[in-house]
Design a protein around this ligand. Structure first.
Ligand code: SAM
Length: 241
């Protein structure tokens, strides 16, 4: 189950942070590390800080975009040093650990961490269902990247150990993965633009608000198929007019 939990580091600048994050993961039993467009590929400095976790570094995948990193993940949790980012559904680290292990029994889960100097962009934050904030000192709330990975990896391990002791498992619905969800948002935006609801030159915040609404509602795979079918039938009707 822990191998279904993926740590995603976006555009990391310092190799040392990648190495320390790999070490943090290994101490908590996590192995799946994905690097999105790292500023420098992990080399000797990263390996030095990874200590005995160079196997995690060696097995890490590097991809160009966050979309690729989460394509197969029905649950994406984006971390932020800022509280209440974009007014998105929030989880505490404890709740995030519990949710990740519950859904990680059946599907891939991504925990996404941002750049050392600027965190995650709004667009990247909007690719998740929940945001997670570690409730640190409000006057100095930004943890070092690898420390944030350690804190959340610990919560995952704690939740996993608790789950191991529970005899029955809960049936969970099947949620669409990141790739299917993104396809739906692209389709929705196109249909709303073609119909004139979104004005191409002045799109405003309609799509941001709709992304937030659908991420909050978390449609299941079959519900998303119905929504896409509805869009396709509206598209066909518009084409005829
Ligand atoms: C050094 S922080 C980036 C700080 C950046 N100035 C910002 O405002 O987001 C690098 C990354 O560590 C993680 N992080 C640091 N502090 C955190 C906190 N209190 N809660 C959740 N994640 C945190 C987030 O992934 C963040 O993008």
């Amino acid at each position: 189950m822990l191998d279904n939990i993926r740590i995603v580091l976006v555009n990391t600048s310092h190799q040392g942070n990648i190495g320390s994050a790999a070490r943090a993961m290994k101490t908590m039993g996590l192995t799946d590390l994905v690097l999105v467009d790292p500023v420098e590929s992990p080399q000797s400095h990263a390996s030095a800080l990874a200590a005995g976790a160079t196997d995690i570094l060696a097995a890490a995948h590097t991809v160009d975009t966050l979309q690729e990193a989460i394509a197969d993940c029905p649950l994406v949790l984006a971390t932020s040093a800022r509280n209440r980012t974009l007014d998105w559904p929030m989880l505490s680290p404890r709740e995030a650990g519990a949710k990740a292990v519950q859904e990680g029994k059946a599907a891939k889960v991504a925990l996404v961490f941002g750049r050392e100097n600027s965190g995650l962009t709004n667009e990247e934050l909007q690719m998740s269902q929940f945001h997670v904030h570690i409730p640190a000192n409000p006057e100095y709330s930004s943890l070092n990247l690898a420390m944030a990975v350690q804190t959340l990896s610990y919560e995952i391990r704690t939740a996993w150990l608790e789950l191991e002791e529970q005899p029955q498992s809960i049936e969970l619905p099947e949620y669409p993965n990141g790739e299917n969800l993104e396809r739906f948002f692209v389709h929705l935006e196109k249909s709303l633009t073609d119909s004139g609801f979104i004005v191409r030159q002045h799109p405003g915040l309609v799509m941001n608000k709709l992304r937030r609404m659908f991420n909050r509602a978390r449609p299941e795979e079959n519900e998303l198929n119905i929504l896409r079918g509805m869009l396709t039938s509206f598209d066909k009707r518009m084409d005829k007019e």
